[in-house]
Design a protein around this ligand. Structure first.
Ligand code: NAD
Length: 469
């Protein structure tokens, strides 16, 4: 009943019978009890996360290898090292981040206390994708715990081995009154999202981002959306071609191309395309040998659906390097496509696989126009020996993040905000930005009870004199 029908009060809320209502209300009760507020509690839980990473390192490497052939170096670097980096940064600074921030006062409030209280939001939900299946829920979780929240973590159901590991093992390290892992596919996640959360942190595709934001809007729940898109990589005519080729190939083929900030396509002149091709071939051979399929350092596509989608993009332009596939192994060779047209399939969607199209443009101005005619990406890359060129691309475009003369590396600094803009998302995290994301900045004024005479001025009855007129 929607009320007003005269049949008595509405007892049943829309989430009545929701399979997750009990869990969420349990977390809410714990949150209200204040258990997560003391700094010592937060530190103890964060240290437990550190022990999880240390003690389950081998299990994490094995699960991600089973799920997507993730090379152990890549898994170690992204799923463990970068997480430890965030954890250490948070543990080192939490005491400072948590403190009330005292702010400027005006004449009337000179004897009062004006400060920003760093309040936790309450019960928050973190939804993660499969491409870095530990990192992408753990880094937000670090900030959510640090800020004093209770948390529901929903890892991706696509990477089954990692999902199971998280559900079985992470929960042994954390206080289950405050932190829960929910394993859920699309249907269950839809039900989960019917519940009222105080904050939702979502990482995934723009289309699911819209679904999550719509569900959040029903409860006016604030969101962070970490989404994807096509990240352009402009290579100017003046650059060290060998270095550019290595840095671009590394960013594109890391994790078999399944990285949200991977350079999605190259924009360069026809002359640069000519020079880049042998250099890219050399870099690929240097990294993965003459048969990348046998390299322990080159991953696989996560699933059959994704494999077929990526394989269908190979008909764009002309295959200049690679192009081999094997459906059984879900293997797609590191591939470079030359002379790709903006109308080709590879240019219609985020590639999210080991394929690098090169789109020829006349010059930097045309590259900038090309970028600005499309949705705003998560990252833009620009290579040039002339720093004026790099700065021009930076100044005349818009994107979540930017890296000049390299790819991916900006993600390694906890001092930089990480996040999208427009179609690539909203909000930011990493380091203190994660703590701030999960913190309500509560504006507080604590007045002195005395000096009442000073207040007479603002009380009625009013008069022209009181305004000083
Ligand atoms: P996805 O959007 O399909 O799934 C992400 C999460 O949402 C999963 O946990 C999934 O279970 C859940 N989900 C899927 N459909 C849902 C629905 N209808 N309702 C509710 N929940 C639903 O994304 P993916 O395929 O797992 O990941 C790839 C995408 O993520 C790419 O677009 C990539 O660019 C993006 N990504 C972004 C970042 C970033 O930091 N910005 C990082 C990694 C990946």
């Amino acid at each position: 009943g929607s009320g007003g029908s005269g049949k008595g009060p509405v007892i049943c809320s829309p989430v009545c019978g929701n399979p997750y209502a009990g869990l969420v209300s349990h977390l809410r009760a714990t949150w209200l009890s204040g258990k997560t507020r003391p700094m010592e509690y937060r530190v103890a839980q964060l240290e437990a996360l550190g022990r999880f990473l240390d003690e389950k390192k081998q299990d994490i490497l094995e699960a991600t290898a089973l799920d997507m052939g993730k090379p152990s170096f890549e898994a170690y670097f992204t799923e463990i090292l970068l997480c430890k980096n965030e954890l250490n940064d948070t543990l080192n600074n939490l005491c400072h981040w948590m403190k009330d921030e005292h702010v400027d006062k005006n004449l009337v409030t000179q004897l009062d206390s004006a400060f920003i209280r760093k309040d936790p939001y309450g019960v928050v939900l973190i939804i993660a994708p499969w491409n870095y299946p530990i990192h992408l829920f753990l880094v937000p979780l670090i900030g959510a715990i640090a800020a004093g929240n209770c948390v529901v973590v929903k890892p991706s159901e696509t990477t089954k081995n990692t999902e199971r590991l998280v559900a079985e093992m992470l929960t042994c390290y954390l206080d289950n009154d405050c932190f829960a892992v929910v394993t859920a596919g699309v249907q269950e996640t839809t039900r989960l999202l019917e519940n009222k959360f105080d904050y939702i942190f979502f990482t995934g595709s723009p289309s699911v981002g819209r679904i999550v934001m719509t569900a959040a809007a029903k409860h006016l729940t604030p969101v962070t959306l970490e989404l994807g898109g096509k990240n352009p990589c402009y290579v100017s005519d003046t650059c060290d071609v060998q270095n550019v080729a290595r840095r671009v190939a590394w960013g594109r083929f890391f994790n078999a191309g399944q990285t949200c900030i991977a350079p999605d396509y190259v924009l360069c002149s026809v002359e640069m395309q000519e020079k880049l091709m042998p250099a890219l071939r050399e870099a690929i051979t240097e990294f993965f040998g003459s048969n990348p399929r046998e390299s322990p350092d080159f991953g696989r596509i996560v699933g059959d659906k994704q494999f077929r989608r990526i394989r269908a993009l190979l008909c764009s332009g002309r295959v200049a390097i690679g192009g081999q596939t094997d459906e059984k192994e879900r293997y797609i060779a590191p591939t470079v496509l030359a002379d790709v047209l903006p109308s080709d399939p590879a240019m219609q969607e985020e590639i999210f696989g080991p394929i690098l199209p090169i789109v020829v443009v006349a010059n930097m101005d045309e590259a900038i126009d090309f970028i600005n005619a499309r949705p705003r990406p998560l990252a833009i890359y620009a290579f040039s020996c002339d720093s004026k060129v790099v700065n021009q691309v930076l100044e005349r475009t818009s994107s979540g993040g930017f890296c000049g003369n390299d790819t991916l590396m900006h993600v390694t600094l906890t001092s930089l905000p990480f996040g999208g803009i427009g179609n690539s998302g909203l909000g930011k995290y990493h380091g203190k930005f994660t703590f701030d994301t999960f913190t309500h900045h509560r504006g507080c004024l604590h007045r002195n009870m005395g000096l009442e005479a000073l207040n007479a001025l603002r009380y009625p009855p009013y008069s022209q004199q009181k305004l000083g007129l």
